[in-house]
Each structure stands twice: as C-alpha cells, then as structure tokens.
Design a protein around this ligand. Sequence first.
Ligand SMILES: [Cu+2]
Length: 133
Amino acid sequence: MKRARIILITMLGLALMLTACGGSPTKLNVSMTDFKYEPMESTILAGEEITFSIKNVGAVLHEYVIMNLGQTAGDKFGDEDEGNIFWEVEVEAGQSKTVTFTAPTEAGTYEIVCGTPGHMEAGMKGILIVVDK
Ligand SMILES: [Cu+2]
C-alpha cells in the first residue's frame, strides 16, 4: 500500500517534469522559419510512434531531415548525404502538417538539417535527442 503510494507520487512527479519540459515525449512540435527551427532541440522516446506537428512560418520551402545516428551532413547538405537520412518531411511556405513516424530505436543525439539548398549553411540545423523509456 505504502509502496503503491510512493510509485504514484513518483509517476506524478515525472508527469509534471515532462509537462514542464514542453509536453509528452511522443509528441513533437516544431516550427520552421527562415532559417531556423524553434525549438532547436527536441527530445523523443526511442522506438515510439511520434506524432509530429510541424509548421513552416517562413517564406520558402523548408525540410526537417533527421540524419542517421552518428552521421552529420557536414557543412553543407548535398547528394552524398541522401543515403544517411533516417527520416524527413518537407513543408511548403506558410503551411503546417501533422505526420507520424517511428522514432529511432537507438538512443542518442541525432542531427537535424534542412535539405533545401543553402539553408543549412544559413544556420538551419537542430538536434533531436532520442532517449530510452
Ligand atoms: Cu530550410
């Protein structure tokens, strides 16, 4: 009985912490401008189905490209990087969409880049942190 109460309090505490950090780790909300991601850094749970709401408030097409773990697009996103992509979505200027994808099963820090020519060089980079449950 006492243990159940402790577990309940711990769970409530965790829920509060997650709320304070900006929502559930199976939901991802990102907005793209010319030329950055807001927020620049997000955290999701490994292997979970992620509901991703992505908005482009900029004036041109933007992409949210998740590189494979341990892969970087370097200084410039090019054709040689296409084979190192985990998942990607693109959103036209002024549009928004909600899509789902399965988070990588491997925990780690994944590089996010915009694949539209010139955008990465303009600073359009981010970080996706994948954590184990
Ligand atoms: Cu872009």
